[in-house]
Design a protein. Structure first.
Length: 461
């Protein structure tokens, strides 16, 4: 925001914004300054805003620039400060969406301080390298600019983000050993899973188990995931960042626009990044939607183009596809009246490419007789963490969906007999080598393993 004061009647002129936004911003800024007990400058204040998508969040910066150019506030604290917020006519500062991605952009641009509405201060405070100044009204900003201490960070009452719920220990007794083993393999190795659900078998239990066994997000991944969820308008936890992997479900009724998103708003596939994506009732999805999912699984990214521009977003979740036994979906098998031909025709809707992209196939998640001594959650999570650490030390990278692993590095420290078994598996087609892609995206010559396409057993993780 650039400001200039010229001779003339008391007036505020905004440049670089659309006529509607310019008019609304001008009225809010003038009313907020006057209703805050500050005198309006005598002269014409010219403000020029340079932003790709101007919205009401430039109000706070416009008010600070107008006060600065007239000498109402000193410039010392504004030299490395970014301001985000919408002003009310009474001078209050209202929250705006997308605070987390804007805070990350401010830190990358070299700003050291960020003034935000107090309601979104916790969300912005998760970004390292920034001193957050929470304000509830224009008076708080003027007081801080004049050298007074900044207001303390306080969560907004009545608004809480999603809490991270823990797994119910009693639920372990109902899980089949094969489902627990498959979930541990998916959590440790980043594998995709197909759940051919039997009658009365809960389809959301397996993806929940995989999320529970996954480790907490790293600081970098947590900021990235929180950025997309904030941009989608979702509330974040009180800490301002999501520390646990997200969980997203796709239904056959979801549109392509909701799944992919738009240039300004991420879709469901991006919201599931670094987490678990559940595709419920796979045969009921349209061929076009399945093609979008296939492209996402292959590239681990989404490319969105529209008249307003184009953008690319990551999309690398562990995916769980759920398929019912038959079209009727009765809870009890004896109530099903589907003929074998109708059931086969229903299961034939499963695309063949899914068999090439999926490593784990689960038939039954729960058992009728509970296990008297179920495994401990802590021991399974520790086993998953140890398996991921072994893979990282062996292959040089963490096992995530779509991660390419250098074959030469993978076999460097293996015994000769194990390396020979790997060579035989590749030659026989049981492990499919892929070509490494260079920085420019062109295929290279070094063979790699693609974890999302490698047929492995849970014990190999």
């Amino acid at each position: 925001m650039r400001a200039n004061l010229s001779i003339g009647d008391a007036e505020l002129r905004l440049h670089g914004l659309s006529s509607a936004i310019s008019r609304e911003t001008r009225d809010r800024v003038r009313a907020a300054i006057r209703n805050s007990g500050l005198s309006w400058p005598s002269g014409v204040v010219h403000l020029t805003a340079s932003t790709a998508r101007p919205r009401s969040d430039v109000d706070l910066a416009a008010a600070a620039a107008a006060l600065l150019v007239t000498g109402a506030v000193p410039v010392r604290r504004l030299t490395a400060t970014a301001l985000i917020g919408e002003l009310g006519l009474d001078g209050t500062v209202r929250p705006v969406p997308d605070v987390a991605p804007r805070a990350i952009a401010a830190a990358d641009a070299g700003f050291t301080h960020l003034v935000v509405p107090a309601a979104t201060a916790a969300e912005a405070s998760a970004v390292p390298g920034l001193t957050i100044i929470p304000v509830t009204c224009l008076d708080d900003l003027v007081s801080w600019l004049r050298g007074n201490p900044a207001p303390a960070l306080q969560p907004e009452p009545g608004k809480r983000g999603p809490s991270e719920t823990s797994w119910d220990p009693e639920g372990w007794a109902r899980l089949s050993p094969a489902a627990v083993r498959a979930a541990a393999a998916a959590a440790a190795g980043g594998h995709h899973t197909v759940h051919l659900a039997a009658p009365n078998d809960p389809v959301l239990l397996l993806p929940r188990l995989i999320r529970t066994l996954m480790a907490d997000l790293t600081d970098t991944d947590a900021l990235e995931v929180s950025r997309w969820h904030s941009q989608a308008g979702e509330l974040l936890p009180d800490s301002g960042v999501r520390t646990r992997p997200p969980g997203v479900s796709l239904h056959p009724t979801d549109t392509i626009a909701a799944i992919v998103g738009s240039v300004s708003r991420p879709g469901l596939l991006t919201l599931a990044h670094r987490g678990v994506l559940t595709v419920e009732d796979l045969p009921d999805f349209s061929a076009r939607t399945l093609e979008v999912i296939r492209s996402e699984m292959q590239d681990c990214a989404l490319h969105v183009a529209a008249a307003g521009g184009a953008t690319s977003r990551p999309a690398g979740p562990r995916t769980v596809f759920t398929v019912r036994d038959c079209l009727c979906g009765y809870a009890q098998a004896e109530n099903c009246r589907c003929t074998p031909r109708r059931r086969a025709r229903y299961l034939a809707r499963i695309p063949l490419w899914l068999l090439d992209c999926t490593d784990l196939f689960v038939r039954q998640v729960t058992v009728a007789v509970p296990d008297p001594s179920p495994p401990l959650l802590e021991s399974l999570r520790d086993a998953v963490a140890r398996a991921r650490e072994r893979v990282r030390s062996r292959w040089g990278t963490a096992p995530e969906p779509g991660a390419e692993i250098d074959y030469t590095h993978a076999v460097a420290d293996l015994p000769a007999g194990t390396a020979q078994e790997l060579d035989d598996a590749i030659r026989e087609g049981r492990i499919r080598p892929a070509r490494r892609r260079g920085a420019s995206g062109s295929p290279g010559h070094a063979p790699t393993w693609t974890t999302g396409r490698t047929r492995t057993s849970p014990t190999s993780c």
